[in-house]
Ligand binder design. Structure first.
Ligand code: ATP
Ligand code: MG
Length: 300
């Protein structure tokens, strides 16, 4: 069972008092590596016996980690953070139920789910700071003001950046999943179907697919002022009708960011290299970049 599935199973058993304790620990984690038990009891405003019972139960569930040192303290486990986010999304009327995994990766777990209005959506739980030094290090650029950059903070930052990017590019017609909602380290977006470009053995018309990808890069850059920043055959999906979707946006930068030009060049170069290697399509990087930067026709 994946960690999200475990969190969902436990989430169903949680009571309001359990969630209150989790929320208190979360808030105080900005000040402590392990939040003192005494503070949790006080801040939860629950009777001491009740608070202690909840702390024990949440630790047994694996939502909290109990630390015994010079004092007794607690920290949130990923499953505890998952439960806080799920609770907020259910309360906000976004999610109704979580289904099966769609993609379980190094940096995220993606699940299918149903919204309260019955729409099928994808829910992406960001998981940073454990296995991916690369992404962690790059996101640190945005976290320079935080001295203690924890997995929790990094995962939340990745989700915030991803929903921001989707909200910027989706209305400009860039082919991406529809942004639906967000809480903590979790992004809710439209469900997409298709296969990642790297999985596909042969494309009937690689030139047209490459053109469509580049047109989306251009719409994002010129139309929305956004550079993907991590574009590769792993983050391009080909739909069953043969169209392109671009996913996985937490590393986006605005077009006026000092690294924007370099990242745009790298994104485009990644795509051109892939199409050259796999499909023998040859394009000049400088020509393509020039095309991408041309202003959109007025009214677009
Ligand atoms: N909106 C969506 N609808 C359906 N499936 C999705 C959606 N978004 C992502 N997925 C699935 O989840 C996988 C991982 O998504 P994404 O690339 O955004 O995350 P990631 O952090 O890069 O994960 P990984 O470490 O596996 O690359 C995708 O390859 C795809 O199979
Ligand atoms: Mg990816």
């Amino acid at each position: 069972m994946s960690s999200v599935e475990a969190a969902v199973r436990i989430f169903r058993q949680l009571e309001a008092e359990d969630l209150r304790i989790l929320a208190v620990v979360e808030i105080d984690l900005s000040r402590h590596r392990f939040v003192p038990e005494r503070d949790i009891i006080r801040l939860s405003e629950l009777p001491e016996r009740e608070a202690k019972y909840r702390l024990e139960r949440l630790t047994e569930f694996g939502l909290l980690y109990r630390w015994v040192g010079s004092y007794v303290g607690y920290t949130l486990n990923i499953a505890g953070y998952d439960c806080l986010a799920l609770n907020a999304l259910v309360k906000a009327g976004v999610l109704n139920s979580i289904g099966k995994p769609l993609g379980v990766g190094k940096e995220s777990d993606v699940y299918d789910a149903i919204t309260q209005s019955g729409e099928r959506v994808a829910v992406k739980f960001h998981r940073l700071g454990r296995t991916s030094f690369r992404k962690t290090k790059r996101l640190r650029g945005y976290a320079a003001d935080k001295r203690h950059v924890s997995w929790l903070y990094q995962s939340r930052l990745a989700a915030e950046r991803e929903i921001e990017a989707l909200r910027l590019v989706y209305p400009r017609g860039v082919s991406v999943p529809k942004p639906i909602g967000h809480n903590r380290h979790v992004v809710v977006m439209g469900m997409i179907e298709g296969d990642c470009l790297f999985r596909i053995c042969s494309l009937p018309d690689p030139e047209t697919i490459l053109d469509e990808i580049l047109e989306n890069v251009r719409l994002a850059y010129v139309g929305a002022g956004v550079v993907h920043g991590d574009l590769s055959e792993y983050n391009v999906v080909i739909t069953p009708s043969g169209h392109v979707l671009i996913i996985d946006w937490p590393q986006y930068v605005r077009a006026d960011h000092p690294s924007a030009e370099a990242l745009l060049k790298r994104d485009v170069s990644n795509m051109l290299k892939f199409f050259r290697r796999k499909y023998g399509v040859i394009r000049s990087l400088s020509n393509v970049l020039e095309q991408i930067k041309r202003p959109l026709p007025s009214g677009a």
